[in-house]
Design a protein around this ligand. Structure first.
Ligand code: KDO
Length: 342
């Protein structure tokens, strides 16, 4: 006997229902496939949210959403919340992180010639920095980074010119005036050497602890570019800025080769272009900030002084040239850097 059909089980409805569930199933599988084919891009940086090199990651994310919709899942983590400062390259090698900004100091640990860019008063200004890294010298060095760190550099960026900031007023004209000053540096050999070359007593401390260190007096001074002094609010616990301009500092937007090597040529092009846009955004904002921040800090009651730059340059350059670091600099590289842009 033919079973009685309830109104809901009418054959047309049944067929429509199964079509709908088939469509839903297809949608689900397509969705799952999309999710699987989406490349996870986890980004970690110690940068504070208001800093340009933190905001630039949103520029990268939004560009990728436009140019490669559904292909990347970008997760941005600021304030060293995911990995502590300097631990990013290891996290990338282990497959736990895909992107970050690397400093020359991070790279110098494995590629010794990079210590040339940790040395004070080598790079003349932001334009010189970008010419060096966007030209043949950059291409050669980035090849070494790929081999040694398994990271592809997508774009260099201008992090700013590092200046000293002190929690108390002090006459600082030459490196001798920094004798005994506890100058906070990030915690690696290369950073500490820079602090020492400046004539101070370098004290290692993570970026996230600098504000407190200045406030409580654990440290007497720190060095960072003016835009970071503002975004991380160090100026609130600083009485004096001394414009040593000792390091025209660079960061590199890097991606793990584990991710990079699995991308199609088209995806590589889009990711690289998004990284270049992010770097350009950072550079423009940072340069504009550096032009007007001295006035801002003065308006906040800080004393801004200019020391004897020749004295600083001579002392710091001599310290590097006499150090073991200089022994790792490939013959002729310093001369090529000096000749770039001239
Ligand atoms: C810092 O710790 O002083 C430093 O400026 C070092 C840079 O290489 C970079 O790590 C930077 O911090 C962070 O990105 C925070 O701005």
């Amino acid at each position: 006997m033919t079973p009685l059909l309830s109104p809901q089980d009418h054959p047309i409805r049944v067929r429509r229902r199964s079509c709908l569930s088939l469509a839903a199933a297809l949608c689900l599988t397509a969705g799952q496939a999309l999710a699987q084919s989406r490349r996870l891009l986890r980004i970690s940086t110690p940068a504070v949210p208001d800093d340009w090199h933190a905001r630039m990651w949103t520029v990268l994310k939004e560009q990728l959403e436009r140019t490669a919709p559904g292909q990347f899942e970008v997760q941005i983590s600021l304030n060293a919340a995911l990995f502590k400062q300097g631990a990013e390259p290891v996290a990338m090698a282990r497959g736990n992180l895909e992107m970050t900004t690397l400093s020359a100091f991070d790279i110098a640990k494995l590629v010794p010639e990079f210590s040339l860019f940790t040395a004070g008063y080598v790079i003349r200004d932001p334009a010189h920095l970008l010419q060096v890294f966007n030209g043949p010298i950059g291409a050669e060095l980035f090849q070494r980074v790929s081999e040694k760190l398994d990271i592809t550099v997508l774009a260099p960026l201008y992090y700013g010119t590092r200046q000293l900031s002190l929690r108390e007023l002090r006459k600082v004209n030459t490196p001798a005036d920094l004798k005994g000053v506890k100058l906070r540096m990030p915690g690696s050999r290369e950073w500490l050497f820079l602090g020492q070359a400046l004539g101070a007593t370098p004290t290692p401390l993570a970026f996230g602890e600098v504000y407190m260190g200045l406030r409580t007096g654990t440290i007497d001074a720190q060095d960072n570019p003016l835009p970071t002094l503002k975004s991380a609010k160090f100026y609130e616990v600083t009485k004096q800025i001394t414009l040593t301009g000792h390091l025209v500092d660079v960061l590199f937007i890097g991606v793990s080769n584990k991710l990079w090597n699995g991308l199609s040529p088209e995806q590589k092009g889009k990711l690289k272009s998004a990284a270049q846009s992010a770097a350009a955004y950072n550079n423009e904002k940072r340069l504009a900030d550096e032009k007007q921040l001295v006035d801002y800090f003065k308006s906040q009651g800080l004393s801004v002084t200019t020391p004897d730059l020749d004295a600083f340059r001579k002392t710091v350059q001599a310290a590097y040239l006499q150090s073991d670091y200089a022994k790792a600099w490939p013959k002729g590289l310093l001369e090529r850097i000096n000749a770039t842009g001239k």
